[in-house]
Structure formats: structure tokens, C-alpha cells
Design a protein around this ligand. Structure first.
Ligand SMILES: C[S@@+](CC[C@H](N)C(=O)[O-])C[C@H]1O[C@@H](n2cnc3c(N)ncnc32)[C@H](O)[C@@H]1O
Length: 326
């Protein structure tokens, strides 16, 4: 029996949703239309990358993105339709959440959900954010765990760490976060210190997902839990098409693996009570934006034709799981 609920309808079937630009700038619809074909200037080269090259590509692009202060055009919408059920189902940020977050963190935000929304964080807990980026979820987590708790941001790009520190200060929460500049696949991630691990659209970027889940398992105290938002694939994706997207790994699609394979990795790492709390298939605009994350300046746009080949096959999933006590 599948552990996943049936996929909800595509966004398009629900009508158009407001995007982050509309939210912040009250401008009309979110910018660029997908290109008809990639121009020679930004054409995507098909090259099989080694793990080392993947990491270098991801690190360089996100570091440069952070250095430049981010931008308001994100990879995923920050807010959904105004109905509560939409926001809950899609794990997005509420207006109340967004009111707590400095603009810098919004501009650097490149998540695909809001793990603090379903992590059931409690005062006094220690929360580690794997791939904390500009700190959007650190701010929300710090509010939830309060002054007796602690948040720990882990990221491998120096500029993201610097920006997230600045964000915590601007949010009026200095001293409430520790930061570790480290690859989340690295065994040097400390053991047994966290009650909860959150992660938002990061593990899809990691070439060795079992390595990341091993580190998540190890950093958690026995009985600790995870709350993750990530990108996976469903259905048959032509291997050639997959390879093509993998050439731009830093976009959120290249590193996405099949959903069943993904949850087997989580299970094999030792987690129990794996429960998908929300899941949706990316609509065409989301897909277009996600594919060139953190922004077209850093990851060139894919052509409309290429995107059509994966339409309906890219899923944003939000789930929880527990590290057994024994
Ligand atoms: C798509 S952004 C998401 C950032 C943040 N979680 C958010 O919701 O805005 C991915 C982040 O993960 C970081 N990252 C990617 N791979 C990593 C790795 N192997 N180790 C540590 N950080 C990593 C990047 O530097 C970047 O800050």
C-alpha cells in the first residue's frame, strides 16, 4: 500500500494564485513568460556532472545569489490563495508568518514550503535547519521555540550564513541562532543535539541523499523528528530528459529523484512514522521558476518544450518522520 495520499489537483485547476511579487510590490503578474526556445546565449549545455561539479555548481550559485542580496522573484510562491486550506495544503507561509520576516530573508527565500508550519515546534526545543539559506525558517522557528529554545542554521555557503545572521538581527532575535558553515552531507555535522530537523528545498540539491539523511538521523536526539519540504519526481521521466535537467543541477529539478526511491532512503536511514502532510504537482509557472532556481541570472531558463516534458511529474512534498528512541 502506498504511503502517499492521492495527488491534489494542479494549481491551474484552482485558478491563478498571487505570487510573491504581487504580495510585495502589488505589481501585475509575476514577470517573465517562459521562453519559447532557449537562446544561444542561455542555452543549457548537456553535460553529465560529477558529484564534485554538482556541489561546486550549487555552492557557487547560491553563494553569489546571497552575496547579491537575493531577489523578489522566487522559485516557488511564498503565499497561496487567501483561503486557509490552500495555505495549509501547500505548506506555504501565512500573512502572520510573513509579517515576522525581514525583507532580506524574503528576497533570499528559495524554499518550496514552510516546514515550521507542520513541525509542531514547542518552546524550549532545539531546531536544526539543514540548508538554512537566508534564514526565513530560522526566524519562524526561533519565534516558536522561544528564548528557552535554540535554532541552528547549517549551510555550506559563507554568504548565506552571513545574510542569515543579519536577518536574525533584523528580526530582533540576535543570539537566538547558532550557525555552522558545513556541507550537510559531511559527517562532521554534530551528533545528538537537536529535537527537530527542518529543511526546505535543499536535499533535492544534494547528490548523495542517503548521506544527508544519515546526518539528519545523527544530529537528532533519540525520539527527535524531522519536518521536510522537498522536490521529487513521479511517473516515468525519460532518462534523456532527466539527464538534460541534471546538467543544471542547481535549479531545483535536476537533483529530484523518484518519490518512492526518496522515501525508501528516509526509511533506510532509520526513520519511522513517515507521514506526508501535504503534496502537490508543480504547475507550469512554478515549474518554470523552480527549474532555474535561484534565478535566471544564475541558472539559465529551460525552453518551454523541455519543461513540457516534465510537466505533471514534479512534486513538492512535505513530510514528517521520527527517529526511534531505541
Ligand atoms: C533552494 S535554497 C533554500 C534555502 C532555505 N532553506 C529557504 O527556504 O529559503 C538551498 C540552500 O541550501 C544550501 N545547500 C545546498 N546544498 C547544500 C549542502 N550540501 N550543504 C549545506 N548547504 C547546502 C544552499 O547554499 C542554499 O542556501
Amino acid at each position: 500500500m502506498s504511503m502517499f495520499p492521492p495527488p491534489p489537483p494542479l494549481y491551474e485547476e484552482r485558478g491563478r494564485r498571487p505570487n510573491r511579487r504581487e504580495f510585495w510590490a502589488k505589481k501585475s503578474c509575476c514577470g517573465r513568460e517562459p521562453e519559447k526556445t532557449a537562446s544561444p546565449k542561455n542555452a543549457v549545455p548537456i553535460k553529465k556532472l560529477s558529484e564534485k561539479e554538482i556541489k561546486q555548481q550549487v555552492k557557487t550559485r547560491y553563494d553569489e545569489f546571497a552575496k547579491q542580496g537575493g531577489s523578489a522573484d522566487g522559485c516557488c510562491p511564498l503565499v497561496g490563495e487567501s483561503t486557509e486550506s490552500f495555505a495549509l495544503e501547500h505548506g506555504l507561509y501565512s500573512q502572520e508568518d510573513l509579517a515576522l520576516i525581514p525583507k532580506l530573508a524574503i528576497n533570499l527565500s528559495r524554499g518550496c514550503g514552510n516546514p515550521t508550519n507542520f513541525a509542531n515546534l514547542q518552546p524550549g526545543e532545539v531546531v536544526a535547519d539543514f540548508g538554512s539559506g537566508g534564514g526565513i525558517d530560522l526566524v519562524l522557528a526561533a519565534h516558536k521555540v522561544g528564548p528557552t529554545g535554540k535554532v541552528i542554521g547549517i549551510d555550506f555557503t559563507p554568504h548565506m550564513i552571513e545574510r542569515a545572521k543579519q536577518v536574525m538581527k533584523e528580526a530582533g532575535l540576535p543570539g537566538r541562532a547558532d550557525f555552522i558553515l558545513l556541507d550537510i552531507e559531511n559527517p562532521q555535522v554534530p551528533d545528538n543535539i537537536a529535537d527537530v530537523v527542518i529543511s526546505n528545498c535543499v536535499i533535492n540539491l544534494c547528490p548523495c541523499k542517503p548521506c544527508v539523511y544519515k546526518q539528519i538521523f545523527d544530529i537528532l536526539k533519540p525520539g527527535g523528528r524531522l519536518a521536510i519540504s522537498d522536490i521529487v519526481t513521479i511517473g516515468d521521466v525519460d532518462p534523456k530528459v532527466r539527464e538534460y535537467f541534471q546538467s543544471i543541477w542547481a535549479g531545483g529539478i535536476g537533483g529530484a529523484i523518484p518519490e518512492d526511491e526518496y522515501f525508501k532512503i528516509v526509511q533506510d536511514a532509520g526513520f519511522s512514522q513517515i507521514k506526508v502532510v501535504a503534496r502537490h504537482i508543480l504547475g507550469s509557472k512554478e515549474l518554470d521558476e523552480m527549474a532555474s532556481c535561484p534565478g535566471e541570472k544564475f541558472s539559465p531558463a529551460f525552453s518551454k518544450e523541455k519543461l513540457a516534458q516534465i510537466q505533471g511529474k514534479i512534486v513538492s512534498t512535505k513530510f514528517v518522520a521520527v527517529k526511534p528512541k531505541e
